[in-house]
Design a protein around this ligand. Sequence first.
Ligand code: NAD
Ligand code: UD1
Length: 353
Amino acid sequence: MKNKILVTGGAGYIGSHTCIALHEAGYDIVVYDNLSNSSKEAINRVSTLIGQPIEFVKGDIRDAESLKQVFSAHQFFGVIHFAGLKAVGESVAKPLLYYNNNVSGTITLLEVMASHGVKNLIFSSSATVYGDPETLPIDEKSKRSCTNPYGQSKLTVEHILEDLAVSDASWSLIALRYFNPVGAHPSGQIGEDPNDIPNNLMPYISQVAVGKLDKLNIFGNDYPTVDGTGVRDFIHVTDLAQGHVAALNYLEGQSHSEKNSVEKKPSIGFLPINLGSGKGTSVLELVSAFTVITGKNIPYQFADRRAGDIASCYASADKAKALLEWEAKLSISDVCQDTWRWQSMNPQGYNIS
Ligand code: NAD
Ligand code: UD1
């Protein structure tokens, strides 16, 4: 058995897929989640898929006492920290909630980690920290700026991690900047299950396909892109999950090229890494791919641009390849196929009453 990892937010969309990848890679995991945006059913299904119960603690990252109990009960190598709120619109309406949950919560987690001598962290950051990029593809040295409280909360945590690394060289802190996570586990058992009407494109398309929504509104067809619609870097969630395993291997000093080395690498300080496919796909291209793969027609209409949206955003994924030996393997076709399998097998998501 490899090291033991605490997975905060492990019941959520990306966390649940990563739990499977971690288990398959031999890690022992404990999930810590307050279920504020997820369902215990996700944990049940992950347990079924891996063929053994997952150790799950219902708790909040802002609750230091609860975290201390978990850290006292286990010897963790490190933490993969997914727990956070992620709806941009809600963050504009409730900024204090977002700063409290995402920033204060992370500070509490870091304090408890420090007091238990656990100094390895993989943090869920976002391409949103790049704001409107000056050049494409976006590499990790690009300027960072954010325009909404959600993005600010991610950027603030990155600054905190940078300061922490400067203050104490024994921390190893990787910020994985995800581009647009999409898709679902190939089993169709776990996937993205948004509350209410989805804000993001892929779940919106799949809910139109399954008949829960009438038609897609495409926000803007006058962007300076291949067909006037927004361009994004869609990354399959199982590729993303593997990116976390690769980051963990790197933290452990066990990346592929050094498998036989017993020497532990020194702490790495603060290390930001993009996780994206490196390819841009437009909204219309995604809609068309979904129709070709699933045979489902997606009625759509063009609407005004959405406030805060940018024209194009895609990653340079070179750093992940060079350092983590990771790159995205799955295609837009895989994304569409797996999303549709999940959506059609679970039209009500995890709500299986
Ligand atoms: P998600 O909402 O499905 O998962 C987040 C999980 O964290 C949920 O299970 C939720 O219940 C839990 N959580 C929230 N606040 C908590 C708290 N205070 N204490 C304990 N648990 C808490 O979201 P996701 O899509 O899986 O995203 C995971 C992380 O990745 C988030 O931090 C998100 O901001 C970040 N991220 C997501 C995307 C995306 O498009 N999905 C893109 C970039 C970054
Ligand atoms: C959004 C967030 C970003 C967050 C990311 C992942 C905004 C402004 N940005 O990114 O901070 O990190 O989600 O959670 O909310 N689209 C439509 N119709 C829809 C939905 C989306 O046309 O119903 C278009 C958008 O205009 C965009 C593209 O699809 O061009 C992708 O949108 P979305 O999935 O929401 O992701 P982002 O905007 O990239």
